[in-house]
Design a binder for this molecule. Structure first.
Ligand SMILES: Nc1ncnc2c1ncn2[C@@H]1O[C@H](COP(=O)(O)OP(=O)(O)OP(=O)(O)O)[C@@H](O)[C@H]1O
Ligand SMILES: [Mg+2]
Length: 407
């Protein structure tokens, strides 16, 4: 087979970490991917997270060989893939539109790749891949006779059957309803653990990225703003963009006016707020400080000493089952969001219009450079309900992180 002869065999058999080295992609004057460098360790589940148009698909297409980088190189292990053709690369892609062949059965769809490569055991390989996605009973159906989630599994099986070194998933769950989406997230994670391949999952859904990935890279305007374990990104965002895009943040514009041991003291609309120096990316002047909603406590009366606190007026109280969400107006006029888990028999007796106190441990605050994207990005994100205001602002993307009460 020509596909497996000579130089081509070298590409297809490449194994190891995926390395993207100083890759730029320009379309005319426009830079879609800007000097991107990253290493995806072999066998890891990596998520590329970012708003529409930030360059996620372009990055995947360059890894797949469907798009040529303007500058830079892409390696798997020590093999430089630059310039090789898509079919020569040990890479397969699952697209949002599953792109199944409508006239072929499920089994033949999955066997298509191995058959084209002339493998005698193509059907056996297809059946094994269908086992992996738990669809052996539907092997003789046509795609049109499947639900969206089932079609998605076939698309995954069709990519996995080639045993690629790297599997690229470009918003593969985008067409599914929320419940099925959550189910497939767990399923894809199981498959990845079972087969041990490198998965690169592109999404603009931060909850999806956090649930599934070992490492999340947050992309903005063709660059990676921050990369790390989901918990690390959530706990300590380094930019306003990440603070807004990953989880909800209650944010407030402040100015650093003092230093107190290992904390900075910022003035926020006349209130003094402490931020640990180790959690603050600026050391003087303007700062955007933030506290995650589940780390803010709401009470009828003022908290004990040792906490930061501000007065607030309750705007809305909504019972969400495991938690109650309070929307409160802080002195600057902006709205913050606070979650209280429904642990106590006596719920907090607060209603819209009531005066309340918000407090948090200073150690939970973080500070990032003031940046227009704090508000701009919140407006771009599809699941966002931003509150644009001067002073403290709430820019939310999705529900609170589950977990023990950290306050
Ligand atoms: N062939 C092309 N010619 C010109 N511009 C392009 C081309 N392909 C992509 N772009 C631009 O590059 C930018 C990045 O596109 P890309 O498809 O990578 O975004 P994305 O992060 O995948 O977004 P989405 O979440 O909407 O899929 C966009 O502004 C897009 O318009
Ligand atoms: Mg895309």
């Amino acid at each position: 087979m020509a596909l497996f002869g000579g130089k081509t065999a070298g590409f297809r058999e490449a194994k190891g970490d995926l390395r993207i080295v100083e890759v730029t992609k320009s379309f005319g004057d426009f830079t879609a991917v800007d000097d991107l460098s990253l290493v995806v360790p072999r066998g890891s589940f990596f998520a590329l997270l970012g708003p529409s148009g930030c360059g996620k698909t372009t990055t995947l297409r360059m890894v797949a060989g469907l798009e040529e980088a303007t500058h830079g190189r892409i390696f798997i292990g020590d093999t430089d893939l630059t310039g090789s053709r898509p079919y020569e690369r040990p890479v397969n892609t699952v697209f949002q539109s599953y792109a199944l062949f409508p006239h072929l059965t499920v089994r033949d769809n999955v066997a298509f790749g191995p058959k084209r490569r002339g493998l005698a055991n193509a059907t056996t390989l297809a059946d094994e891949a269908l086992d992996l996605v738990q669809l052996p009973h539907l092997a003789d159906r046509k795609p049109a006779q499947l639900s969206g989630g089932q079609q998605q599994r076939v698309a995954v099986a069709r990519a996995l059957v080639n045993r690629p070194e790297v599997l690229l998933l470009d918003e593969p769950l985008g067409a599914l309803d929320l419940k099925l989406r959550r189910q497939m997230q767990v399923e894809l994670k199981r498959i990845q653990t079972e087969v041990g391949l490198t998965f690169i999952h592109v999404t603009h859904d931060q909850e999806e990225a956090m649930t599934m990935a070992d490492t999340v890279a947050v992309m903005n305007h063709g660059r990676i703003e921050q990369m790390g374990a989901p918990e690390a990104l959530y706990d300590l965002p380094l930019t306003a963009f990440v603070a807004n895009f990953v989880g909800q943040s209650n944010l407030g514009m402040g100015r650093i006016i003092d230093s107190d041991g290992d904390h900075y003291v910022a003035d926020v609309q006349g209130t003094r707020v402490s931020i640990p120096k180790a959690r603050c990316q600026v050391s003087s002047g303007d700062v955007l400080f933030g506290v995650r909603p589940e780390k803010v406590k709401i009470a009828v009366s003022r908290a004990e000493a040792g906490r930061n606190d501000i007065p607030a007026t309750v705007v809305d109280v909504s019972f969400t089952g495991v938690a109650t969400q309070y929307l409160v107006r802080v002195p600057s006029g902006a709205t913050w969001s606070v979650y209280e888990q429904n642990l106590d028999i006596d719920p907090i007796d607060l209603h819209p219009g009531d005066e309340a106190w918000l407090s948090w441990k200073p150690g939970h605050a973080f500070g990032v450079p003031v940046d227009e994207s704090a508000i701009k990005v919140a407006t771009d994100a599809p699941t966002t309900t931003p509150t644009v205001a001067v002073g403290p602002v709430t820019a939310s993307s999705q529900g609170p992180m589950a977990g023990a009460d950290p306050r």
